[in-house]
Write a protein that binds this ligand. Structure first.
Ligand code: SF4
Length: 367
């Protein structure tokens, strides 16, 4: 790539860095979202001990937005600036019309830069088929596609956390299939491990497994959130006092592996600080910078920790998002109270744009 082309790609990033650090903080209202997380279903085929979304059942597929309805709601002006879409659930692949949703999103959002899918990997055939199709579509449209498969443990330990028999061998089948797809249609494949009290003794092994398989593992801290309906599972999720040192040590090891984890090394360092010293979060969050979540029944949320702020089936998403009462809730309850204790689980482009100088300083100078 020539220097001029590289510069042309860098300019919008620097423009956003300037906006997020100098201009946006002066504004009364958030900008229209650049990122959207879609909970396409709350149905799930696992019975995880760290997430109770599956308890939301019985939820009939008929209660969910149809693919046509979903795309119609996304024609609202609130979503006009979308560049990043994450498909999440429940288990998204339980929706038999997931290919229609993926196809529709790619057609409807020509400015889309990234499409990502979070999945538990089951059922293997369907996950592989959907990823194969989506990676082809994204390749044709010039969109970066990534798929992240939940792997919170190895072997029988994973089955215990997933709450179903033979989860691990089946997820391994899925991963093998996805790697085949990857060879034909490149996409980013990773595993997602939620650190919780049930897998503290497996963290090093999980990291080594990721290396051996050639699948990067993203580590996040387990959280008790209303959305996960997992308050009663807190003992299985939250790191007990006597396990904290172990997790902090593990996170600091990751934080020092800068060449391997790049910006995530900075994130792991931040997580270690939060856990060890109960420090407030200082890392940027793409939701706080302007993101939105749309639930499978049309509910809108400012972020994964937000209460529902309205239903896009009933009112315009733009009106809901910029409703004065809702903005007050966002500012006072979310930004003012919740963000400080919210552990960063990702480091996406929007967050990098905001944090670029801190990340560079960390990568170059900290030891
Ligand atoms: S509560 Fe967490 S997810 Fe929500 S805006 Fe704050 S940091 Fe982001």
């Amino acid at each position: 790539m020539s220097g001029r082309l590289r510069m042309a790609g860098l300019l919008p990033v620097l423009k956003n860095t300037l906006a997020y650090n100098c201009l946006e903080p002066l504004k009364q209202k958030p900008a229209r979202p650049r990122s959207l997380c879609l909970y396409v279903t709350y149905r799930c085929n696992m019975r995880c001990r760290i997430c109770g979304i599956w308890r939301k059942e019985p939820l009939q597929p008929s209660e969910e937005l149809t693919s046509e309805e979903l795309l119609r709601l996304l024609a609202d002006p609130l979503f006009a600036n979308l560049e990043f879409i994450n498909i999440n659930g429940g288990e998204p692949n339980l929706r038999t019309d997931l290919p229609d949703i993926m196809h529709g999103l790619i057609r409807q959002f020509p400015s889309l830069k990234r499409l990502s899918l979070n999945t538990n990997g089951l059922p293997p055939d369907r996950v592989v088929k959907n990823v194969d199709l989506t990676s082809r579509l994204c390749e044709l449209a010039g969109i970066h596609f990534s798929a992240s498969v939940s792997v919170h443990g190895l072997g029988a330990e994973f089955d215990k956390i997933a709450g179903i028999e033979d989860a691990f061998p089946r997820v391994k089948t899925t991963l093998a299939g996805l790697k085949e797809v990857q060879r034909l249609h490149p996409f980013f494949l990773s595993a997602n491990c939620v650190i919780c009290s049930l897998n503290l003794d497996q963290l090093d092994a999980l990291r080594a497994w990721g290396h051996a398989e050639g699948i990067p593992v993203n580590f996040a801290l387990g959280e008790v959130r209303p959305r996960f309906l997992n308050e009663a599972m807190a003992a299985d999720i939250l790191i007990p006092q006597d396990g904290r040192k172990k997790v902090v040590r593990f996170l600091r090891t990751l934080a020092l592996a800068k060449k391997e984890y790049l910006q995530h090394a900075f994130r792991y360092a931040s997580l270690a600080e939060m856990l060890e010293f109960e420090k407030k979060r200082t890392m940027a969050c793409h939701y706080a910078l302007g993101g939105v979540v749309l639930g499978s029944r049309g509910e809108l949320f400012y972020c994964k920790n937000s209460l529902s702020i309205g239903n896009a089936r009933k009112n315009s998403a733009l009106d809901i998002y910029y409703d004065t009462h809702n903005l007050k809730f966002r500012q006072e309850e979310i930004i003012g109270k919740t963000c400080g204790t919210c552990p960063p689980y990702s480091f996406n482009q929007i967050e990098i744009e905001k944090e670029i100088f801190r990340v560079l300083a960390y990568l170059l100078f900290s030891s």
